[in-house]
Design a protein around this ligand. Structure first.
Ligand code: GDP
Ligand code: IMO
Ligand code: MG
Length: 429
């Protein structure tokens, strides 16, 4: 048995999809354990770019089992679209490649209306959500009003559950958000149809995972979002609505903590954030724009420009501690070519006092001033480097500074979006 958890250590979009796709070559099962189609994971294989939002990034390998576990909120319409898009490209040819937990929550049409409606009413104070209904769906899970994937294949149950929820939702939609009411009959018909189309995939994935792990399968858990978007440990309230950290693999998939072997933290060589909220090392200037252009930093889900800034070790060390990161994958190192000097934030200052941790209060986070260490940049292009020794000295030093300041080995360095543009220093499997 061997398991590997891959998590984002910043604000998402660290390149998790690329790393999961690369390491799936060594895995038998790939599992998403939280979030939903707020995620956008980009895979680049044979010159073609594929973005997955819900289906695990292991889907490009025909013999790997992919699992959407109980911790997700699933939009069945999006899932079906993603499935046909992959099929049209020659992937996902067998239904057996994907299982969906019957315990996973379903994103309903009212969740999307409420997500949009709230953001509109918040105006300038909005969170900047992806508008996919993620927050309202998790709210219903907690309030026990949720509909689960297993309900989609049980018509009587589905009818009961929709009827139990719809009056309250329509009251909000009509009176609070001033939008047209939803017709419960239409919703029922549409979701029964989804159930029919997805029936072959819906099962007790917890049981399957227990069997596969006991049988010696290598299992890779694919995190979505990033640690600073975690609902408890992130920059609340500018966060997503699930726990993103490695600990949530257990709740989100039903695998016990003693089964987790390695935790790989994905770290972009600089920082980005999409949506609102504090960002101490943000470069709201020409340099930030230049990093956005070089790194093609536009959201894979919403297309929004990502805010860019320097690498922040206070953030990274917070993530290392929260996730128990045992190895780091540094991505997008190639994007920093030609920028010198480079800056790495090593601590904050709050009201003139040094601070070496992420403050819980969002106001404090907005006021902290980063303290930087300057390091030399490099001019060489990195995208053809295939071993650590191929990297120019200053790029190696940059990676080693990360190792030194976190105490965690950098086991993988990514120098381009394609699968082969990777330097695997130590395999986690
Ligand atoms: P994820 O959400 O963590 O999977 O990341 P996204 O896919 O949203 O964003 C990462 C972006 O960077 C995608 O466009 C990837 O193709 C791209 N990418 C990943 N690794 C590298 C890398 O090492 N270098 C470059 N230049 N691009 C990369
Ligand atoms: P991946 O998996 C980057 C952000 C949104 C917003 C906040 C809340 O691709 O790294 P939500 O729709 O979840 O209620 O939005 O979280 N967000 C992400 N940012 N990458 C993601 O996923 C994200 N998923 C959510 O921009 O600020
Ligand atoms: Mg993304």
């Amino acid at each position: 048995m061997s398991t590997l958890v891959i998590v984002g250590t910043q604000w998402g979009d660290e390149g998790k999809g690329k790393i999961v796709d690369l390491l799936t070559g060594r895995a038998d099962v790939v599992v998403r354990f939280q979030g939903g189609n707020n995620a956008g994971h980009t895979l680049k294989v044979a010159g073609e770019e594929i973005i997955v939002h819900l289906i695990p990034s292991g889907i490009l390998y025909p013999n790997t089992l992919n699992i959407i576990a109980n911790g997700l909120v699933v939009d069945p319409g999006v899932l079906l679209e993603e499935k046909s898009a992959l099929r049209a490209k020659g992937y996902f040819q067998s239904d057996e490649q994907l299982l969906i937990s019957e315990r996973a929550q379903v994103i309903m049409p009212y969740h999307k209306v409420i997500d949009h409606g709230r953001e509109e009413l918040l105006g300038n104070a909005k969170i900047g959500t992806t508008g996919r209904g993620i927050g309202p769906a998790y709210e219903d899970k907690a309030s026990r009003m949720g509909i689960r994937m297993g309900d989609l294949i049980r018509p009587e149950r589905l009818k009961e559950r929709i009827n139990a929820a719809i009056d309250e939702k329509n009251f909000l939609i009509e009176h609070r958000f001033k939008k047209p009411r939803l017709d419960p009959e239409q919703v029922l018909e549409q979701y029964l149809d989804y159930g029919r189309q997805l029936q072959a995939h819906i099962t007790d994935t917890t049981h399957v995972l227990h069997q596969r792990i006991s049988g010696g399968s290598r299992v890779l858990f694919e995190g979505a979002q990033g640690t600073l978007l975690d609902i408890d440990h992130g920059t609340y309230p500018f966060v997503t609505s699930s726990n993103v950290v490695a600990g949530n693999v257990c709740c989100g998939s039903g695998v016990s903590p003693d089964r987790l072997d390695q935790i790989l933290g994905v770290v972009k060589a600089y920082s980005t954030r999409v949506g609102q909220g504090g960002f101490p090392t943000e470069l709201d200037n020409e340099l930030g724009e230049s990093i956005r252009a070089r790194g093609a930093e536009y959201g894979a889900t919403t297309g929004r420009p990502r805010r860019c800034g320097w690498l922040d070790l206070v953030i990274l060390n917070h993530s290392v501690r929260l996730n128990g990161v045992s190895g780091i994958a540094v991505t997008k190192l190639d994007v920093l070519t030609g920028i010198s000097p480079l800056k790495i934030c090593t601590a904050y200052e709050l009201d003139g006092q040094p601070l070496d941790r992420v403050p819980a209060d969002i106001g404090d986070l907005e006021r902290v001033k980063p303290r930087y260490r300057e390091v030399k940049g490099w001019e060489e292009h990195l995208s053809d480097c295939r071993s650590f020794d191929d990297l120019p000295k200053n790029a190696r030093d940059y990676v080693e500074t990360i190792e030194h300041l976190t105490g965690v080995p950098v086991t993988l360095v990514s120098v381009g979006p394609a699968r082969d543009q990777s330097i695997l220093r130590k395999s986690p499997f």
